[in-house]
Write a protein that binds this ligand. Structure first.
Ligand code: BG6
Length: 397
């Protein structure tokens, strides 16, 4: 078997240290990476292989959960790392990449390659074209591109055309890392591997749905990226809208990628278009300001002092189909919030009649189902029970 090489553009960036390398290390530790794999980091900053290995080892200590850190395995993993200084915007430099890949694999024209674009979005359209010019779009090659994929509908379509001119569709992965979370995947298992919830999963029993993904971190030095992105492109159009789809979709007839995708698309086609009224009344945009020792968004590096980019969004969306018509989905996301939590709360309709007295006068009349993605992953169902003791008060448990 030929060697597998993963090539990361943006090798010294925030995504690489915070998410990619810890995830790759965890796969390595679990024996999930093929023998003889290599990871080649690409960036403009000049590093040697050894410097890059030390740098990543350090970051693994920061970002891999303590329970997963095994010193020897972290060092072994880092020995699979290489680094190539290269400006990805310069077509002329891709010869260096070709040479490096041949040297690492010991093969002429290796093709078991996976390119990962962890770069600023401005490079998403440039890199594939340069890869093509350098002959690096080979049959077994795959490419993963981060979001936001385009800036708006037209630029997303143009970008799609670029990718289609370089790779075949099965070689392209437009990634949304929320879909890799066990808890996100479990929404499907919860809904479609159990018979008792699905009959209730519609407008007859559900009052409204809340989907939240808030974080207690700011933009972590990513001002250059975030200024043009904002919460709408960073979290809403991708992660939150995917969670809406998982919550609202119909069960696919067969569980495979195409059928799954088709059901997701049907949800998107049913989304009620936003009106002027929605913009004024059903969407809230905000920006975090300084608090305690934490800088406000406008004080962050790379952010304009009069920036209008939103770091918080809450909005109400509607799904116009038989299952969901009239059931609002409230989605919200924000940076620098008091806590980090991602969850879906399904609020069921209230009981038609209040028969019992309630403990403390606080009457729980509606059931709530909470699908908690992180932290404290789990599923919680809230319902009324009799409070212990004499009398017949009811409380929520
Ligand atoms: C990323 C966003 O896609 O998701 C980040 O670019 C955000 O801004 C992150 O912090 C949140 O992901 P998670 O998995 O930590 O909830």
């Amino acid at each position: 078997m030929s060697k597998f090489i993963m090539i990361i553009f943006g090798a010294s960036g925030d995504l690489t240290k915070r998410k990619l390398m810890p995830a790759l290390y965890t796969l390595y530790k679990g024996g999930r990476l093929p023998e003889g794999f290599s990871i080649l980091g690409i960036g403009r900053t000049s590093y040697t292989d050894n410097y890059y290995r030390e740098y990543i080892l350090n970051e693994l200590h920061r970002f891999v959960p303590a329970a997963e850190q095994v010193e020897q395995q972290m060092t072994d993993f880092c020995n699979h790392l290489f680094y190539q200084t290269l400006n990805p915007a310069e077509a002329g430099e891709y010869g260096l990449l070709n040479e490096r890949l041949e040297a690492i694999s010991g093969e002429v024209r290796p093709d078991n390659l996976l390119f990962y674009l962890a770069t600023p979005p401005s490079l998403y359209g440039v890199i594939p074209l340069h890869l093509k010019a350098a002959g690096l779009n080979r049959p077994r090659t795959r490419i993963i591109v981060e979001k936001p994929f385009g800036y708006d509908l037209n630029s997303a379509r143009e970008l799609n055309e670029v990718y289609a001119s370089v790779f075949q569709e099965h070689q392209i992965y437009r990634i949304d890392h929320f879909l890799g979370k066990e808890t996100a995947q479990n929404i499907l298992a919860f809904r479609f591997a159990n018979g008792i919830f699905e009959p209730l999963w519609n407008r007859n029993y559900i009052d409204y749905v809340e989907i939240t993904a808030v974080e207690n971190l700011g933009i972590e030095g990513r001002g250059g990226f975030y200024e043009d992105t904002g919460a709408l492109r960073d979290m809403v159009q991708n992660h939150l809208v995917q969670l809406v789809a998982l919550t609202a979709m119909e069960p696919p007839a067969v569980f495979n990628a195409d059928n799954f995708r088709n059901e997701v698309v049907k949800v998107y086609e049913s989304l009620a278009p936003l009106t002027e009224e929605d913009l004024e009344e059903h969407i809230v945009r905000g920006q975090y300001t300084a608090s305690g020792s934490k800088a406000g968004y406008r004080e962050e590096k790379g952010v304009a002092p009069d920036s209008r980019t939103e770091t918080y969004i809450a909005m109400k969306i509607g799904i116009n189909n038989w299952r969901w018509s009239g059931v609002p989905f409230y989605i919200r996301t924000g940076k620098q919030m008091p806590t980090k939590v991602s969850e879906i709360v399904v609020h069921f309709r209230e009981t038609p009649h209040r028969m019992f007295r309630c403990e403390g006068g606080n009457c729980p009349r509606a059931n709530k189902l909470i699908l908690r993605l992180q932290p404290n992953e789990g599923i919680v169902l809230k319902f009324g029970m009799k409070a212990c003791g004499t009398g017949f008060d009811v409380k929520q448990v």
